[in-house]
Design a protein around this ligand. Sequence first.
Ligand SMILES: [Zn+2]
Length: 249
Amino acid sequence: MKNLCNRYILICFLSLLIIAAISFTTTTTAVAAKQIITNKSKKTIVVDPGHGGYDIGTKGLGNTMEKNVTLRLARMLAEELGHKYKTVLTRTDDYHLDLNSRTSVANHLKADVFISIHTGGSFLHDADGIVIFYFKEIEERPISRDLYSSGADNVWHHLQIRHIKASGLLAGLIKKSIYEHKLYPKVIVKNSPLLILEGADTPAVLVETGYLTNPSEEKKFNDPNYLQGLAKCISIGIERFLLETSHEE
Ligand SMILES: [Zn+2]
């Protein structure tokens, strides 16, 4: 009777071990599957702080330099977006980077959005407003048929064309978000044949975040709360854009 009882306990123990092993394998598989889904769904945003190094950009009357404002704001924006997306800065410090290298970062990473940050500048000290640019095609540039040329440059010029509609939508959603948060009263969306946008093979915008040459706007650029608010508004616009366009993939 005692032997029978021991055998019964052993069988029960072994069964429990088998059940635990099966359950562990299932859970591990489920976790692995979830991770794959999460990684696949993690969108990539490339944020480009304009200028850098010897290229200081615009300079305000109070000596605030555009290259520093753009880096500060880009870092804040990357922080905001980093909670939900993989976010990459084209430059992380004060050094020079040419235009094509900036766009190349987005193309190389197959980014879902490319956003370049700048400030405006004008000899008119009362010029103000935020301008959000998306690309405008100026002329039909034929793909090179030259046997001695790879045609790579021509292809580069055509990369943004198929994203123009999406880029316009992205610009509009960032504008809407800034208005909704009453952060700034004058936001304009414009299309323009900007070099920084033409080689981006993804929806792309350039945000000129106000005029550094306007003393009252320069003051705002030195206010971390204002920059943080701006970063929040831009990130909300990007998030809405990604939600709105995700079903089209
Ligand atoms: Zn600039």
